[in-house]
Ligand binder design. Structure first.
Ligand SMILES: [Zn+2]
Ligand SMILES: [Zn+2]
Length: 282
């Protein structure tokens, strides 16, 4: 996997149709010295690819921007222009649509849009690979929607499409929570984090869906039981510690375990439980 690389005056010579000065902030030295942060080498290499593909000069209208210049140009406060990850450009005689369909297939594509109505200037930005990390793996938890990777290395992409940029890989046997699914003609996609999707063709993943209703049933039962305990004043004014002790003392003959808590948290059942704590009922 490629790593993030800064464009420098020296390595800019790799790109025969571009001068380093073309990537400079256009505030003309008013608010910065031209390169508040390095421009992405990766993005510069894509511009050279675009140049080679269309065989016409790429005219950059907005490359790097310092904070003030970005503000003055109406850029959003987190504009990728300020990171060197975006560029606005046009090519004489090439339509916006043609540029768009070309750039969106390039690696690490983030997004693109038409800068001004009826003009062919495109805003094109990437997310350089080392800047995103694949979300950490988690432990198996039957109360969550999870998946396990079966493939040796499964690509993680920024969107639910094979056109979306690759963020990294998910390794074999790793478990992830998932929060959203999407289907296309070939794959079912699973979102494991913000802008991180993996595809399944039926063989790449084992999917453990949390069974709808299963834990609701447990909670409903729990609620009923807790209500009964509350009615009998068993739970009133008891701290967890006390309750635990009380229950432990009696569990042998009078109480049976009905629920084991999987994770710390407030479960909206009028009782707080901690990991591995068990609720007993008479
Ligand atoms: Zn500037
Ligand atoms: Zn832009």
């Amino acid at each position: 996997m490629a790593t993030y690389k800064a464009l420098t005056e020296e390595n800019c010579k790799d790109f025969k149709n571009f001068k380093y000065s073309e990537f400079k902030c256009k505030c003309k030295g008013k608010y910065c010295k031209g390169y508040p942060v390095p421009f992405s080498y990766q993005l510069a290499s894509h511009l050279q690819k675009i140049r080679d593909n269309f065989k016409k000069p790429v005219i950059i209208t907005s490359p790097l921007r310092c904070k003030q210049h970005n503000k003055n140009s109406g850029g959003t406060s987190n504009s990728p222009h300020m990171k060197g990850w975006a560029v606005d450009f046009y090519i004489n005689g090439v339509s916006y649509d043609k540029l768009y369909s070309y750039v969106k297939k390039l690696p690490y594509y983030s997004y693109a849009y038409r800068v001004k109505k009826n003009q062919n200037v495109i805003h094109y930005s990437i997310t350089p690979p080392s800047e995103i990390q694949v979300v950490s793996t988690v432990k198996r938890d039957e109360f969550k929607n999870q998946l396990k990777v079966l493939a040796d290395e499964l690509r993680v992409r920024t969107g639910a499409s094979t056109n979306a940029s690759i963020v990294g890989v998910a390794k074999k046997n790793c478990i992830y929570n998932y929060f959203e699914t999407k289907k296309d003609s070939k794959y079912t996609w699973y979102r494991i984090a913000d802008k991180q999707w993996v595809a399944n063709n039926g063989k790449y993943l084992t999917v453990y869906s949390k069974t709808e209703g299963e834990d609701e049933k447990v909670i409903a039962e729990l609620q009923k039981q807790v209500q009964e305990l509350t009615d009998k004043n068993v739970l009133l004014e008891k701290t967890n510690q006390e309750l635990q002790t009380q229950i432990k003392e009696k569990e042998t003959n009078e109480y049976k375990s009905i629920y084991k808590c999987a994770e710390d948290g407030d479960y909206n059942i009028k009782i707080k439980m901690y990991k591995d704590e068990e609720l007993y009922i008479k």
